[in-house]
Every structure is written in C-alpha cells, then in structure tokens.
Ligand binder design. Structure first.
Ligand code: PHE
Length: 470
C-alpha cells in the first residue's frame, strides 16, 4: 500500500459545507419532489422526515465516526476499525459496498447532472419563452432521446467533477463549496417566494403536509376486468427510506470518506443534526418551489423524473426576468449536483489512491473516465434513445442501477453499519470516539442498536418477499 499523506479539512465550517454540499443535490431538488408526487404527498413527506431524523441522522454519526477513526478510504477504514475491535475482516465489505455503490451511482448521477447543464443553456438562450406545458414536455423528451447532446452534457459534467476531485480536499472540494452553497439557498428561497405568489400555494401545503395514510400503505392496481384493486403495500415506505439514505449521502462511502478528513475536535452529533436539517430544509423548499406551479398549471404531480425539467421551464417562460432566474436556477441545480458528485467520486478515488502509487490527478481522471463510460449506458436508456428498449427486470438501465443501489445495496450496507457500531464495536470505544453528552449518547446508541437495523431489516425482507412472490 502506498504511504499517502491523508488530507484534512481546513476547518469545521469547511467540512460542514462540504457535507451539506454532498447531501444537498439532485436527490433534494429533482428526486424528492417527484417521489413525493408519486408517493401521495404528505404521507411520503412525513415518513421521509421520520426516517431522516430517527434513522438517517444516527447513521450519519455512525459513518462519520468510522471514517474519522479509520482515517482512510471506506474499505480500509472499516478494515482498520474491525481489526482494532478484533472483529472479522469481512466487515470491510461495508466499505466495498460503499465504494462500488458510489461508482454505480455517479455513473447515472452525472447523466442527470449533464441534463442540468444543458438546461442552463436552454434557459439562457430563451428556449422556454412562453413555452406551453406540452412543448416543455416535448423539449425534454427530445433532448434525453438525443444520443449526441446527452453525451456532450454528461461528459462536460463528469469533466467538472474530475477537475475538482483532482485538485484535492482543500484545493478542490472546499473551494467549490464555499461560495456556491449559500448562493443555492438564496436562489431557492427566491423561487419559493415566486411560486408562493404566482402558483397555487394552498394546494401545495395541503398536498405536502396533509398526510393521507391510505396512500402510504395501500397501492392500487387495475385488474384485467378493469376493476381497481386495493392492496397492502410497503413500497412507498421503502421508497422513503431509500430516499432518506440517498439524500443524506449515506451508505455509499461518501460520508465515511468525508469523515476520514476530520480531526478529533469536531462534534459529530451536532454536525450530523445540522447536515440533516439543512438537507431536509432544501428538500422541502424544493417542493414548495415546484408544486405551486404544478398545481397552478394543472400538471401531473406523479409524472416522475421529468418534473423539474418539464414543469419549472413553464414558469420561467412566463415570469418577469424568467431567463435570468431560470438560468440561475439550473446553474445552481448543476452546482448542487456537482458538490454531490464530487463526494461520489471521492470514495473510489481515495481507495485507489491508497492502493497504488498513482498521483491523485491520475486516479481521479481514471476513475472518472471509467464511471463516465458506464454512464453512457444510463444516458442511452432514456426517452427513445438508443438503449431505451433494454429492460432489466422490467426497468430501464438507469432505473435498474437506481433500484440496485437505492433499494438493495444502501439499505443492506446501512443495516450492517448500524449492527457494526451498535453490537460489534465496544461501547467504550464508541463513547470515546463520539465524546457526546451522556444522555445524547444513550439515545444515539439505542437508535443504532435497535431502531435502525430493525426498520431497515423489516423493509428489506419485504422487498425480497415482493421479488420472490413477483
Ligand atoms: N445526497 C445526494 C443528493 O441528494 C446524492 C448522493 C448520494 C451523494 C450518496 C453522495 C452519496 O443528491
């Protein structure tokens, strides 16, 4: 193993910005609103928030502490802590799952990241001026179906990610997040205010905060005879759990890697609460920015991945200074995506850096290009693009990668991480590492020992059951 000098954040503030930058991303502004839309609104939002604070936040603490204690990539940090605790070397599989999972996720994350870049240009050139809902949908589908345009933007997005990661923790990641995160917050706020005035705010509040528990536990299918059949289903709950993990950047090695750049003087409990709060706030703000327009224009809240790309342009096309605001919105969405994608490239890069003698620049370039190539498959699986007919268990390539990571790898890795810190690392060394106040520690310990593994376990068993019974 090459002896590399492990990098550190220059301050606690730099770490927090980077971690919030990782957490706040496409998951908040693109995925959360459309999943809430498909999951029936308020009920989804409620379980989501419960998962974020009851399961996600303690998991943030767990991952940060493992990374900080290990001071290495997720794979080697897990191996080191397991060794110190006299546990099986197999626990490093959690690190492996993270590193491989991050690689899979960045391969499709950068495709959507590329869409945001393309939309900056579309917006700036006035393509959305007075656009109708139908034309906006057509523009989006035509774009994601174009084999050249999608690759150009995918490559551009990946190139930016590689450039930042290549420059290292302080010279790259920190610099990138310092100015852009506050700007993202400001712009989102402007959008919420605009939507609140111009859109249907009342319907939005009702939709987002009035939980309909029927929608949470039952789903409807139409039988062959045309009857609507209602049946018990935990799909929405599972979706919310997966989304809470994804949104907090958990179980993909990113948070563990960022934790490894920490020094011991940072309070992990407070940091985790801060990161989770900022992340949920942005997700809710994104909902408050988007749904008023969706309702005002009578659009479908459950239309899925195109919500941000098909819905918002309609508003930008009509509002005063729409070109400016629209361009800034997509630029900042791109920035939010970039501050997340760097944290996805980071785990594989930090591992390969430890394994080889290659410079950081070369490693970042190699891993970025590899992920980019795998990403082409995702890009081409969209719209009517070249691989759009390919189905893996009924899913497009992009959705299949999303399902594999979000619904299988992440819950499993999350469950084992909780079991590891809760049952296999000694209570004393956890207390020493976290240095939390006694009561806070006890709450945290209870949550990671019992609540997280049981909740994730039950839901996971349900997925396996669903897959087996078809
Ligand atoms: N949290 C990011 C988002 O919400 C995505 C992400 C997941 C980033 C996992 C890093 C690790 O978009």
């Amino acid at each position: 193993m090459a002896a590399t000098q492990h990098a550190h954040w220059s301050s606690r503030w730099a770490f927090l910005l980077a971690a919030v930058g990782s957490a706040v991303g496409l998951g908040n502004i693109w995925k959360f609103p459309y999943e809430a839309g498909q999951g029936g609104g308020g009920a989804f939002v409620l379980v989501y928030l419960v998962f974020v604070f009851l399961i996600g936040t303690p998991m943030l603490v767990a991952e940060l502490s493992l990374g900080r204690r290990g001071q290495m990539s997720p794979i080697n940090s897990m191996a080191k802590v397991a060794r110190e605790e006299k546990r099986s070397a197999l626990w490093s599989l959690i690190g492996w799952s993270g590193v491989v999972g991050a690689f899979i996720v960045i391969s499709f994350y950068s495709v959507v990241g590329g869409w945001t870049l393309a939309y900056v240009i579309k917006s700036a050139t006035g393509e959305f001026n007075n656009i109708t809902a139908a034309a906006s949908a057509d523009t989006f589908v035509a774009y994601i179906s174009d084999p050249v345009k999608t690759i150009v933007s995918h490559v551009a997005f990946m190139a930016i990610t590689i450039f930042i990661v290549a420059k290292g923790v302080q010279g790259g990641l920190e610099k990138a997040v310092t100015f852009l995160m506050p700007a993202l917050f400001a712009l989102l706020l402007i959008l919420v205010i605009y939507s609140g005035i111009a859109g249907d705010f009342k319907a939005t509040i009702n939709f987002l905060f009035n939980p309909d528990f029927d929608k949470l536990f039952y789903s409807e299918t139409v039988s062959a005879t045309g009857e609507t059949v209602r049946h018990f289903s935990l799909d929405t709950v599972l979706q919310a759990l997966g989304q809470s993990f994804f949104s907090l950047s958990l179980a993909l090695g990113s948070i563990m890697t960022y934790g490894s750049y920490l020094t011991r003087d940072v309070n992990l409990g407070k940091s985790a609460v801060l990161i989770a709060s900022a992340d949920s706030a942005v997700a809710l703000m994104a909902g408050l920015a988007i749904f008023p327009i969706v309702f005002a224009y009578g659009l479908d809240v459950g239309q899925g991945g195109g919500l941000v790309f098909m819905t918002l342009p309609i508003a930008f096309g009509q509002m005063p200074f729409g070109i400016v605001v629209g361009t800034l919105f997509f630029a900042l969405l791109a920035v939010a995506a970039i501050t997340s994608s760097i944290s996805l490239l980071e785990p594989p890069v930090s591992y390969i850096e430890e394994k080889t003698n290659m410079s950081r620049r070369k490693v970042a370039l190699t891993m970025g290009i590899l992920a980019g190539l795998v990403g082409v498959l995702s890009a081409y699986s969209q719209g009517t693009n070249m691989l759009s007919d390919v189905r893996i268990f009924g899913l497009s390539i992009m959705d299949a990668k999303d399902f594999l990571t979000n619904n299988i790898m992440m819950p499993l890795a999350g469950m084992f991480t909780a079991l590891f810190v809760g049952w296999f690392v000694s209570r004393k060394s956890m207390m020493d590492e976290l240095a939390l106040e006694d009561r806070t520690f006890r709450v945290w310990y209870f949550l990671v020992r019992f609540v997280s593994p049981v909740a994730v376990g039950v839901i996971f068993v349900k997925i396996i059951f669903d897959v087996i019974t078809g």
